[in-house]
Write a protein that binds this ligand. Structure first.
Ligand SMILES: *Cc1c(COP(=O)(O)O)cnc(C)c1O
Length: 417
């Protein structure tokens, strides 16, 4: 009996490996019937244009002359000297147009939607970074754009709502559930199934049903292709580690992808531990989550004792998601990548440290990666080098950091002497 079960599991494993959109046991396409044909059409179009030199050339042109790629790889000399360990390099996705890595994926998907004959894109957004990027690409490429955003987030990120309006997008306030990112994803899925004929859903991370996790990863993998070239130029070889923050996981997989086959490169993802993984106030999917199915994919999710998706928390709206992309769940399971939880307090410390030492204000999301990079630099020691993916710039977070510290930016700039 037992042998038979084992055999079956092995068979199953083999089958899963060869299935498109599967990462070990994770991934897949768990969706309502109404979206089946839309996802098939998307997969077909993506498979075609992925290998179409004309499409690739047009995307390359947009990335270069609009988004400002390749992004710099900056040596953080002051921070490195302060720590006294491995050399720390920063991959500067904060210097991209619209201020984060989100634009890489959005330009790819919007261009694809246009080739598919769509005239409208819709998107979910949490902090508003993905919504702003989508509205930007829609303005540039002449598409209509509607963004779904939880009511909580429209209030916390009012500036980004106004930016989206300026860019010509319509913003829908989502009032279901906890009125945050996960509810915005639900609402955007629902809207897509209502009107697939002229509409493409630009999903913002390496999550959701196949082909999104693969497609978004491919569009973001430009980050690691550039890092590889830039590190060879700067150090004559591979980095010893690559560190990135993980919400859904798109900047991290983008920074990891080219190095997955290089076993000497440690890949480290940093998830949001909020007020601590021993409190209920965190978003640490790998440390505290369990396998489940949600938002069209099988992956790891923060759940309550009944298997319902648990409310999550992080100071960083971009990491405040109860799940993780299926490829990360697999990289964790296989041991190829490591994932560590980083608290609000550690992230705020790293945020302030980078501003003071290097003159760069990072996104609070990216500060989670920076916080751990310092530990890794100490572990690796002198003579080694690591790359931190600086996924975005921190202007959007300044008010929240001031609030966290009990200061007020509108009363004479907070602390001064
Ligand atoms: C959205 C966002 C993230 C989190 O998303 P991933 O898909 O995990 O990359 C991280 N950093 C910044 C700056 C973001 O805007």
């Amino acid at each position: 009996m037992e042998e038979k079960t084992e055999e079956k599991t092995e068979e199953k494993k083999e089958e899963q490996k060869s299935k498109p959109g599967r990462f070990g046991p994770f991934g897949g396409q768990y969706i309502p019937e109404t979206l089946m044909s839309a996802l098939h059409a998307l997969e077909e179009a993506y498979t075609h244009y992925k290998n179409d030199p004309e499409f690739q050339a047009e995307l390359e042109e947009l990335l270069t002359h609009y988004a400002n790629r390749p992004s710099l790889l900056s040596y953080a000399g002051n921070l490195t000297r302060e720590i006294g360990g491995a050399k720390i390099y920063l991959k500067r996705e904060d210097l991209n147009h619209t201020g984060s890595h989100k634009i890489n994926n959005v330009l790819g998907q919007t261009l694809l939607a246009k080739r598919m004959g769509k005239t409208r894109i819709i998107a979910e957004t949490g902090a508003g970074q993905h919504g702003v990027a989508a509205a930007t690409a829609a303005a540039l490429l002449g598409m209509a754009c509607e963004v779904f955003m939880g009511k909580e987030d429209t209030e916390r990120q009012a500036l980004n709502v106004y930016r989206m309006h300026l860019l010509g997008a319509t913003v829908h306030t989502v009032t279901s559930g906890t009125m945050t990112l996960k509810d915005a994803v639900n609402e955007t899925m629902r809207e897509w199934s209502r009107q697939v004929s002229d509409t493409h859903y630009v999903l913002g991370s390496v999550m959701g049903p196949h082909p999104f996790p693969t497609m978004v990863r491919d569009f973001q993998s430009v980050i690691s292709r550039e890092i590889k070239t830039q590190m060879y130029k700067a150090e004559g070889g591979l980095p010893d580690a690559v560190v990135a923050c993980v919400g859904g996981g798109s900047n991290a997989i983008g920074a990891f992808y080219e190095f997955i086959g290089d076993p000497s490169v440690r890949l480290i993802g940093c998830e949001a531990a909020g007020q601590g993984i021993n409190t209920p106030r965190h978003a640490a999917t790998i440390a505290r989550g369990a396998a489940g199915v949600f938002h069209g994919m099988k992956s790891l999710f923060c759940q309550d004792e009944f298997g319902q998706i648990a409310p999550v928390y992080s100071i960083s709206a971009g990491l405040d998601y109860p799940g993780i992309g299926p490829e990360h769940a697999f990289l964790h399971q296989s041991g190829r990548a490591q994932y560590v939880p980083i608290t609000d307090q550690e992230a705020v410390g790293a945020f302030e440290r980078l501003a003071r030492t290097e003159g760069i204000i990072p996104a609070i999301e990216s500060a989670h990666a920076l916080a751990h990079a310092v530990t890794v630099a100490e572990e690796l020691g002198p003579g080694k080098c690591l790359v931190v993916c600086l996924s975005g710039r921190g202007d959007k977070d300044v008010a929240a950091i001031a609030r966290y510290k009990g200061e007020n930016i509108y009363e004479g700039g907070g602390k001064h002497s």
